[in-house]
Design a protein around this ligand. Structure first.
Ligand SMILES: C[S@@+](CC[C@H](N)C(=O)[O-])C[C@H]1O[C@@H](n2cnc3c(N)ncnc32)[C@H](O)[C@@H]1O
Length: 280
C-alpha cells in the first residue's frame, strides 16, 4: 500500500509524522502494540492509531506533539541517505516540465538514496512504472529499502548496472539523469527514450552543463532549456513579514531536452536550426 494520503484518521500501517517542540519531527510507521521513544518521552502507537490527523498528542512525560500525515516532501526531506538527494524544490519543477503522470514509464540513473525514485513512483501511480539504474549495490539496497517503507517498491524496477553499458528499455516517456558525468551517457539515454521523450539532467556545476549541452546537440536532442530553481522562504509573521535569514543558495542546474527525429527534408532546416539553438 502506498503511503496513505487519503484517510482523515491515522490507521495501523500508516506512515505518520510527529512534530514536537523546537521543530523536532519524526516519521514513523504506525504499528499496533509498538512504542515510539524520543528524548521527550514515549508515545504508544495504540494511542495514535484512530486519532484524527492534525491532533495534538502527548508523551508519557507530558511533552506535546502534533500527529500529522506526512506529505511527499516530508518523506523526501527526512529520507535516510548515503548520497546527495533530490529536494522537493527541484523535483516539483522536473515532474511538471517532463509531464510525468499516471501510467507512464519513466527512467532514472542513478537511484542514489531513492529520493527522485520515490517522487517518480508516487507520480506514475499504480499503472505506471519506474526503471531505476544504479552502479553501487549498497546504494541500490538503501533506495529499495526507502521505497519499501513508503509502499512504492512494486512500481519500481531497480537495476544494478554501470549505465555506460546502456539500458534494456527503448520506449521510456522520460528520463532523469543524476550522475556526476551525464554527458558521457546521452547516447545511451537517447536509445532508451521514445521519440519526443523528455530528458532532464541535474548538475551542480557549470562545467557539467557545458559538456551536457554539447552532448545533447551531438545526439539530436532539441528544445533545450537550462535553469536553476531558487526557493526563498519568508517568516510567516503578518506584522513583520520578511525573508528568513538563511537560504539554500544552490542545489544544481537543470538541463531539459527532448529527443527529436529530424529528417533531410530541406523545408525543415530552418526549424531544426531554431529548436536546436534554443532562445537567446
Ligand atoms: C547524486 S546520486 C543520485 C541521487 C538520487 N537522484 C536521489 O534523488 O536520491 C548519484 C548516483 O549515481 C550513481 N552512479 C554514478 N555513476 C553511475 C553509473 N555510471 N551507472 C549507474 N549509476 C551511477 C552513484 O552511485 C550515485 O548513487
Amino acid at each position: 500500500m502506498p503511503f496513505n494520503a487519503y484517510s482523515s484518521t491515522a490507521r495501523d500501517g500508516d506512515l505518520a509524522q510527529l512534530v514536537g517542540l523546537r521543530h523536532k519531527h519524526f516519521i514513523l510507521t504506525l504499528e499496533t502494540g509498538a512504542k515510539f521513544e524520543t528524548h521527550r518521552g514515549i508515545l504508544q502507537h495504540n494511542d495514535l492509531i484512530g486519532k484524527e490527523w492534525g491532533t495534538q498528542v502527548f508523551s508519557h512525560l507530558g511533552s506535546p506533539f502534533f500527529l500529522l500525515q506526512p506529505s511527499l516532501a516530508d518523506l523526501l526531506i527526512n529520507l535516510p541517505r548515503t548520497t546527495q538527494i533530490m529536494y522537493p524544490k527541484d523535483i516539483g519543477y522536473i515532474l511538471v516540465t517532463m509531464g510525468v503522470g499516471p501510467g507512464q514509464t519513466v527512467m532514472e540513473a542513478g537511484s542514489g538514496s531513492g529520493s527522485m525514485t520515490t517522487a517518480l513512483a508516487h507520480t506514475v501511480g499504480n499503472e505506471g512504472r519506474v526503471v531505476s539504474y544504479e552502479i553501487k549495490p549498497d546504494t541500490q539496497n538503501l533506495a529499495r529499502k526507502n521505497l519499501n517503507r513508503f509502499g512504492l517498491a512494486s512500481r519500481v524496477n531497480f537495476k544494478l548496472r554501470d549505465i555506460a553499458e546502456g539500458f534494456d528499455e527503448t520506449d521510456a516517456d522520460s528520463f532523469f539523469l543524476d550522475v556526476p558525468n551525464p554527458y558521457d551517457y546521452i547516447r545511451q539515454v537517447r536509445a532508451a527514450l521514445k521519440p519526443g521523450g523528455f530528458l532532464c539532467c541535474l548538475m551542480p556545476t557549470f562545467n557539467q552543463v557545458e559538456k551536457v549541452l554539447q552532448a545533447l546537440r551531438q545526439n539530436n536532442f532539441a528544445f533545450i532549456e537550462v535553469c536553476e530553481i531558487l526557493l526563498r522562504y519568508f517568516k510567516p509573521e503578518p506584522s513583520r513579514l520578511r525573508p528568513t535569514d538563511r537560504m539554500v543558495a544552490h542545489t544544481g542546474f537543470l538541463a531539459f531536452a527532448r529527443k527529436i527525429e529530424p529528417n533531410e527534408d530541406p523545408r525543415g532546416k530552418e526549424l531544426i536550426k531554431e529548436i536546436s539553438e534554443g532562445d537567446s
